[in-house]
Write a protein that binds this ligand. Structure first.
Ligand SMILES: CCCC(=O)Oc1ccc([N+](=O)[O-])cc1
Length: 299
């Protein structure tokens, strides 16, 4: 793992990193924000700083949320680190959308492991984000004998749009092993099997056999995952979001949990006047940060 840049931000530092990924067989960029607590002389030696993973939406790189979501203030307030992964493998050798569209291919990996050619060789974003990246970050930051950051146990996950889908999907798939302690999403695609952008992505990456899609679709997964404890999934979506009716459809997740153990444990907050932009995301980041801080035992 190579440190590309270190930028002072708020009370901590944004570290821009790049590394060769085994999963995607490409060089991947990732940003990590280390909060002020990381640099405090008196930070207890027996404590680790938990992390919140933020999965971005279509077209984004690790920089979009790093620059526009304002997570850093919240990370300092509560004492968690942030991880901002990329949204797909990239490069000349990586297959892209045949029509050059922005909703599939590079910048649109949908956080699944592709099984179809020509995407399968590089588009292994589920394994990359949920398995390889936490291990790689752990080895990089904690490998010198001073283990200050927790990338593998006390971890929360969130995301926006395609990334909101990726967060809910990863949370539910890892629920039995408590991979993530907390999950939230901003304007997520909740039922990709039944909306146009999801169908395009799942068809391209997973093939036409729709039963294969169920393994990643939150509305299918949630029916087969037994809810325990007091966990809840927090979702915000704007009622002026241009993708709301066609691609997001949060009501489908509420319908899916009816009469399951998750009923009353998915909270969708539809907020008036907000669209799909980072003006929307950044407005509700403080509420999501407090939610994750509570679930991570920071407050
Ligand atoms: C249903 C929308 C899928 C998606 O991820 O859309 C996005 C569109 C634009 C941005 N952005 O500008 O950051 C992010 C997501």
């Amino acid at each position: 793992m190579k440190v590309v840049k270190e930028l002072s931000a708020c009370g901590g530092k944004l570290i821009k990193l790049s590394h060769d990924s085994i999963s995607t067989k490409t060089r991947m960029n990732v940003n990590v924000y280390l909060p002020k607590q990381y640099y405090a002389q008196d930070f207890p030696r027996d404590r680790r700083i938990p992390t919140v993973v933020y999965l971005s939406g279509l077209t984004c790189t690790p920089d979009n949320a790093s620059e526009k979501a304002f997570w850093q203030f919240q990370a300092d307030k509560y004492g968690f680190a942030m991880v901002f992964p990329d949204t797909s493998p990239r490069g000349d050798k990586v297959a892209n959308d045949p029509e050059g569209s922005w909703d599939f291919g590079q910048g649109a990996g949908f956080y699944v492991n592709a099984t179809q050619d020509p995407y399968a060789p590089h588009y292994q974003m589920y394994d990359y984000v949920h398995k390889e990246l936490p291990q790689t970050l752990d080895a990089h930051f904690n490998g010198n004998g001073v283990a200050k950051l927790d990338f593998q146990d006390d971890v929360a996950i969130t995301g926006h749009s395609m990334g909101g889908f990726g967060a809910i999907c990863g949370y539910l798939k890892g629920y039995a092993e408590r991979k993530y302690k907390s999950c939230s999403a901003f304007a997520p695609i909740v039922n990709p099997s039944n909306v146009p952008w999801g169908q395009k992505a799942f068809g391209g990456y997973l093939g036409d056999e729709r039963t294969q899609w169920q393994a990643y679709d939150p509305c299918a997964l949630i029916k087969n995952v037994k809810h325990v404890n007091d966990d809840k999934i927090l979702i915000h979506v704007g009622d002026a979001d241009p993708f709301l009716e066609e691609h997001l459809k949060p009501e489908l997740l509420l319908e899916a949990v009816k009469a399951t153990s998750w009923e009353d444990h998915v909270q969708v907050k539809k907020v008036h006047g907000f669209d799909h932009s980072y003006y929307f995301v950044s407005t509700f980041v403080p509420e999501h940060a407090e939610f994750h801080a509570k679930n991570l035992g920071l407050i």
